[in-house]
Design a binder for this molecule. Structure first.
Ligand code: J2J
Length: 550
C-alpha cells in the first residue's frame, strides 16, 4: 500500500518539549519579527531598495495591508504560494504578508524557469504564483501565462506591469483580523539542492526557523547598527536566515537589497549606505577581491571602510582565497556551512585566523547533534573523515510529501543524511572534505545529477547520460554531461552534436544554471564492481582531459 504523504514530519514530542524547555522554541511566529520591530524600532529604516526605503512601521503596515488583499484572493491559513521575486522591497512585504495569513511561501529562485515553477505549483498544490513582470531581462509573465493555461494555479500576481494578471500593488487594502497562527505549523517551504529528481520541498516551522534566525543574529553580533547588503537572492536560505534578511530585521538593523552582486553595483552601495555586513558564495568573493585589487592599482580604491564582516558559504571556500579576504577587503571573514534542511555552522567572529580560514565553522546550537559515520552508519574514529548526519531543533525530520525519499534521507532515529563528507577538529569545528551525494555544486548553485540526466534522456538520440562535476578555478565545480548517443556505432556525423543537446535542454525551460557546461560523448560508461556507473572514474577522466598541461 502507498504510504500517506505527510506535509510536515513532526519532531518527537519528547524532543519538542526539550526544545521548548530550553527556550529554543518560544512559540512566537515569524510575523512577530515585524510586529515587534514596529514597536521597538518604528521610525528606523528597515529596508532600502534603490531609491525607496521603508521604516519598520511602514513595512509592518504594508505587510498587514497586503495580507488583507491576498486574503481576498483566497489565500488562507495552510495555503501554499510560489514566490519568485528578486531582491526588491516587495519580496519582504509578500513573505511577511503570507506569514501573517499562516500561508507558506515556496521560496523559488529568480533563476528558476517553467520546468521548476510548474513542478512546485503542482506538487504543493499552490493557490498562487507571485513574480515580477520583468527582471534580469526575463519576462516572468510568460511563466504565469503557462501556469494559467495549464490550470496549475488559480492566481497569478505580478509586481509591476501586470498585464492581464492581478497587480500586486492593487492588493494593499485596509487590514482585516489576523488569524491565530500555530507556531509548530509550516511557515515556509525552502528548496533542497536535490539529488534524485526535482528539488524536494523543505517544510520549515515558525518555531524552528525563528530559532535559527534568532541564534544566528546573536552569533553574528547583529544590532540596530547593522547594515546588511543582500546580494544573493533573498529567498535562498543563507541570505534569508543565516542570519540574513530575517536576522537583521529581528535585530532592528537595516537591509539594503541589491539585485546584483557585481562589484560595480555593490561597492557604491556599501559606500553610500555604510554597509557593515554581507553574505556571498565563493565565486563572488573571488570577483570582489579581484575587482578591489584592480581598483586599488588604478588609483581609485573602493570605499569599503564600513564593511566589518563578509560571510562566505554555500560551497567550499579554499584556504588560499580565505586568507586574502582581510588583507584585500579590510573586513573579517566568517565561513558559513549551512543547508536549507537545517544545520548551519559558523566560524565565530572572535575565532583565531587559522580556524576562520581552515574550517567551515561549528553548529549554531548546543542542541545540534552531529554524527560522522562510515558507509554502514558506524561512527568513524575521532577526527577521521566521514559522512555527516545531523538532527536538532531546526533540522527537518522529513521533506514535504516525500515518504519514499525520506526513508533514504533520514536515519531511523531522525538524523538527516546531509550527503556531505566532513571531519571534526579537536575544537569541534567542521571541515568539509567532499560530497557523497550525486550533486554538482556550481559555485553554490546545486545541480542534481539525476534531474539533468532525466532531461537528457528525454532526447531521442540519447541512449544514456551521466552527469558529473569537473573542477573549475572560479566556480569550484562545473557540470559535465557524459552522453552515450543512441546510434553510437554510427558515423560521427549521424550522432547528435553538443549544440543540439544544449538547444534541446534550453527549450525544456529549466533554470539556466542547470544547463551543462560541457558535453562529452562516450561509447560506454566505466562501471563499478557492482555494475553501477562509475562516476568517480568519469570525474577523473574529465579532470585529466581539461587539466592544463604541466
Ligand atoms: C562547503 N560546502 C557547503 C560550505 C554549503 C547558509 C549557508 C549555506 C547554505 C546552503 C545555507 C558550504 N562549504 N561553506 O542554506 O543557511 C554545501 C553542502 C550543503 C549544501 C546545502 C545556509 N555551505 N555547502 O548552501 O541548501 O553540500 O544551503 O549540504 O543551498 O551546500 O546547500 P543549500
Amino acid at each position: 500500500m502507498e504510504q500517506p504523504q505527510i506535509e510536515l514530519t513532526p519532531w518527537p514530542e519528547a524532543e519538542a518539549e526539550l526544545y521548548r524547555a530550553a527556550g529554543y522554541w518560544t512559540g512566537d511566529v515569524l510575523g512577530s519579527i515585524l510586529s515587534r520591530g514596529a514597536q521597538a524600532f518604528g521610525d528606523r529604516t528597515a529596508v532600502i531598495a534603490g531609491e525607496r526605503s521603508w521604516t519598520y512601521g511602514d513595512l509592518n503596515a504594508r505587510a498587514d495591508q497586503l495580507a488583507s488583499g491576498l486574503n481576498t484572493l483566497g489565500i488562507t491559513p495552510g495555503s501554499k504560494v510560489v514566490v519568485q521575486l528578486p531582491n526588491i522591497g516587495e519580496f519582504i512585504e509578500v513573505i511577511f504578508a503570507l506569514f501573517r495569513l499562516g500561508a507558506a511561501p515556496i521560496m523559488a529562485l529568480p533563476t528558476h524557469r517553467y520546468a521548476e515553477i510548474s513542478y512546485f505549483c503542482e506538487f504543493a498544490d499552490a493557490v498562487a504564483y507571485i513574480a515580477p513582470a520583468k527582471s534580469g531581462g526575463f519576462d516572468y509573465r510568460d511563466i504565469g501565462k503557462k501556469l494559467k493555461d495549464e490550470g496549475l494555479v488559480r492566481q497569478v500576481i505580478i509586481a509591476g506591469d501586470a498585464g492581464d494578471f492581478v497587480p500586486l500593488d492593487g492588493l494593499y487594502q485596509a487590514p482585516g483580523a489576523a488569524p491565530e497562527i500555530d507556531p509548530s505549523a509550516i511557515a515556509l517551504l525552502q528548496l533542497s539542492g536535490g539529488t534524485t529528481g526535482m528539488s524536494k520541498l523543505i517544510p520549515r516551522t515558525h518555531d524552528d526557523y525563528l530559532y535559527s534566525v534568532r541564534a544566528s543574529a546573536e552569533i553574528c553580533g547583529l544590532s540596530p547598527q547593522t547594515v546588511y547588503l543582500a546580494v544573493l537572492p533573498a529567498a535562498h536560505n543563507f541570505p534569508l536566515s543565516s542570519p540574513g534578511v530575517l536576522g537583521v530585521l529581528y535585530a532592528g538593523g537595516t537591509v539594503v537589497l541589491s539585485e546584483s552582486g557585481a562589484p560595480d553595483i555593490a561597492f557604491p552601495l556599501i559606500a553610500r549606505h555604510r554597509v557593515t555586513m554581507t553574505a556571498m558564495v565563493p565565486p563572488l568573493a573571488l570577483a570582489w577581491m579581484t575587482a578591489c585589487d584592480n581598483l586599488k592599482k588604478s588609483g581609485a580604491p573602493p570605499d569599503l571602510s564600513s564593511l566589518q564582516v563578509l560571510q562566505v558559504g554555500g560551497a567550499k571556500f579554499t584556504e588560499e582565497a580565505a586568507r586574502r579576504v582581510t588583507p584585500v577587503l579590510g573586513c573579517k571573514l566568517q565561513q558559513v556551512f549551512g543547508m536549507a534542511e537545517g544545520l548551519v555552522n559558523y566560524t565565530r567572529l572572535d575565532d583565531d585566523i587559522d580556524t576562520v580560514v581552515t574550517t567551515q565553522g561549528r553548529p549554531i546550537s548546543p542542541a545540534d547533534e552531529v554524527r560522522i559515520v562510515d558507509e554502514d552508519d558506524q561512527p568513524v574514529a575521532p577526527g577521521a573523515t566521514g559522512l555527516l548526519l545531523t538532527r536538532g531543533p531546526y533540522t527537518i525530520r522529513g521533506y514535504f510529501k516525500a515518504a519514499e525519499h525520506n526513508a533514504k534521507s533520514f536515519t531511523a532515529d531522525g538524523f538527516y543524511r546531509t550527503g556531505d563528507v566532513v571531519r571534526l577538529t579537536d575544537a569541534g569545528y567542521l571541515v568539509v572534505e567532499g560530497r557523497a551525494k550525486d550533486q554538482i555544486n556550481r559555485g553554490g548553485e546545486k545541480v542534481a545529477a539525476d534531474e539533468l540526466e532525466n532531461h537528457l534522456l528525454a532526447h531521442p538520440l540519447v541512449h544514456d547520460a551521466a552527469v558529473v562535476a569537473m573542477p573549475d578555478p572560479y566556480l569550484g565545480e562545473r557540470t559535465c554531461a557524459y552522453v552515450i548517443p543512441q546510434n553510437h556505432a554510427a558515423a560521427p556525423e549521424q550522432r547528435p552534436r553538443p549544440q543540439d543537446l544544449l538547444k534541446f535542454l534550453r527549450e525544456r525551460d529549466l533554470a539556466v544554471f542547470k544547463i551543462p557546461d560541457r558535453i562529452e560523448f562516450i561509447d560506454a560508461f566505466p562501471k563499478t564492481r557492482l555494475g553501477k556507473v562509475d562516476k568517480k572514474a568519469l570525474r577523473q577522466m574529465i579532470a585529466e582531459k581539461i587539466a592544463p598541461p604541466t
